[in-house]
Each structure stands twice: as C-alpha cells, then as structure tokens.
Write a protein that binds this ligand. Sequence first.
Ligand code: ATR
Length: 272
Amino acid sequence: MLRACVTGWPVSHSRSPLIHGFWLKRYNIEGDYSLRAVPVQEAASFYGGFAASGYVGANVTVPHKEVACAAASICCAAAERLGVANTLWLEDGLLVADNTDGIGFLASLDQVVPAWSEKTECALIVGAGGASRAVIDALVQGGVERIELLNRTEARAREVAERFPGKVRAFGLDALASRLSSADLVINATSAGLAGAELSVPWDGAKDSAIVTDLTYVPLQTPFLRGAASAGLTTVDGLGMLLHQAVPGFERWFGVRPVVDAALRDIVVADL
Ligand code: ATR
C-alpha cells in the first residue's frame, strides 16, 4: 500500500488527511494518508532518513518547512527560490522537495475568477511572513508587473522586497489607504485574524473591479473579506489555496491528478 503523511509539530490541526482521504476514496486508490507528528529535535533525522521511513511522500507544515527543504537531495524551482518546502516525494530513493503554496494560490484564483491575471497589473499584499513570500514568488513568476507589500513592521516588508529585486515595493501599514486605490488584487497574508485582531481597511477607496482574497480560511469569511464584500468587491476565500496546494503531492504519490471541486470543499468546510 502506498503511504503518505503530513508532518509537523504540532500536526493534529491539519486538514490534509481529510483532503487526501477524500481523493483516495474518490479515485478508489489503495493508499493511506495520515498525520505524523515530528518533534522539533527529531526533524533533521526524520527528513534526512525519509527514504527509509516507508512513506512515498509527505506534506510538511510548520515549523519544519525549512528543515525539510534543507534535507532534500533535489529541490524543485519554487522550493529552491523560497528555501522552504511543503511537499516531498522520493525519486530513485532520493528526497525531492517542492513548494506548492504559490501555485495553489494561483490555481485557487483561477478557479474562482478565471480572468484575474489579465486584470491584475498591481497586486497589494498585506503581511510579510512565510505565506506572503510564497504568494509573492508565485505572482512574480506569473508575471504580475507591480507588487506592493505592506507590513505592520515596515523593515520586514523591506527585507522581503529585497528578495525580489525590482519587483516588489515595501511600505508600512500607514500607506494602506493610498496604495489601495491602485490595486487590482488585494491579499491579506497577515495572521491578524488568527490573533483576534482586525485590520482596518478603507474599502471605499478600492477600485470597484478589485479582487480581494485572504490566506486565512478559519473563519472562511474573515472580517477582511466581509469588509470587502460589503463594499461590493469580488472576494475569494483562503480555503481554495489549501485545497489546490495539495494537488501536486497527491498526483506524485498516488499517480492520479485529483480535482478540486465543490464536494471536496464541502467536507473540509464542515470540519472548519
Ligand atoms: P506566516 O508564516 O503564517 O505568514 P508570520 O511569519 O508569523 O506568519 O507572519 C505574520 C504576519 O502577520 C506578519 O506580517 C505580521 O506583521 P509583523 O511582521 O509586523 O509582525 C502580521 N500581523 C500579525 N498580527 C498583525 C496585526 N494585528 N496587525 C497587522 N499585521 C499583523
């Protein structure tokens, strides 16, 4: 039986078993996908010895994304650029690492607003953590011309911007009102909502055609998205990114490219 898992510490919150379990059933594959908690002090040896673990591959969640990437013999382009991996598999006994968060983000937008990329000259991202970097990388690769990164700690936004020379301009959060007016795509990549805080966004100043998305999916309709929807803007919730980032791993491990559809969404939403 082909076995894969999601690894992290802690890992019990992960919805990945639900997603992959749904696909295994749907495609009638004799496989198994489970949770595998990897304590921090064991991470280097776990990923370093992955070939002997009995798994065909794994997803990686915090705090192991860097360690897993460093342990891989081969890094795919996105993992190489970002230095963090969320998807692992074996090729001829060698560990291969990729980062599918960025393409998951793009695929999610493609599914909900197929024409978004033609309409997006300027993307505005609030938040400069790990999730933000993966999304910026995907937007740069996808050819978005202007990316404006705003962060509560402006110095952190500048550090991230320096990783994408000539592509990303950095600002503090005080620039939100002025930068919002030229953004075609507005992304919340902060963890403010998770901490129970709310970003105050003057949505009235956004373009009527702006598309607004949030990387947080608990709750599905974040205050950020609710504010944008009240102003009549098109919104895309963060769950699609979670579902789509899972596609390449499943295909590698189990040999079928799975489809993200309403039935999958429904079972994950029921679990949020
Ligand atoms: P992740 O890797 O999930 O992106 P992270 O690295 O902890 O998480 O980053 C969290 C992001 O949310 C940061 O950009 C953080 O801003 P700072 O760099 O100033 O800390 C941002 N953030 C968290 N709480 C916030 C709040 N209440 N208001 C605005 N930004 C917030």
